[in-house]
Design a protein around this ligand. Structure first.
Ligand code: ZN
Ligand code: ZN
Length: 151
């Protein structure tokens, strides 16, 4: 998804659920790690975490709703922080997410580790290999099974 598509999406959600236009910029920010999005008080633009897209459009839209709550309340001069009643009310009304959802962590993968008996080089394989036939790629010497690692 491009920044332009994101911009359009935010504008649509704003009109549909807040009945107000979104007149500033919405951009993806690769540096956001665990936050879903961020509203900037100074220039009123919104940042969104592109990784959150992996959680599906419905969830991402709830993050858009959350950021738009900050945006619209702030521009109307109303309390716009998470703890403010006005924020909580508006968030509940539009059905935004209260907290950024956690991203699925990449599951560690099992590797079989072999070591060359001649050069000491390590070989990692996703599957167990037959050490009577498998040799070191560098020196063609036999390999020895060292153990299993989760990486
Ligand atoms: Zn927030
Ligand atoms: Zn070797």
């Amino acid at each position: 998804m491009t920044n332009q598509e994101l911009q359009q999406w935010v504008e649509e959600v704003s009109l549909r659920d807040f009945h107000r236009p979104f007149c500033h910029q919405a951009v993806f920010n690769q540096r956001l790690k665990t936050t879903g999005g961020r509203y900037h008080l100074t220039d009123h633009h919104l940042d969104f975490n592109p990784q959150m897209l992996s959680l599906g459009a419905a969830t991402f839209e709830k993050i858009i709703l959350h950021e738009l709550c900050h945006y619209h309340l702030h521009l109307q001069g109303q309390p716009h922080n998470h703890r403010d009643a006005a924020f909580k009310e508006l968030l509940a009304k539009v059905g935004g997410l209260r907290y950024a959802p956690s991203l699925p962590e990449a599951a560690p993968k099992k590797y079989f580790i072999y070591q060359c008996q001649a050069c000491g080089g390590l070989v990692k394989r996703r599957r167990q290999v037959d050490v009577t036939r498998f040799v070191c790629g560098r020196c063609r010497q036999p390999l020895q099974f060292k153990g299993v690692e989760w990486l």
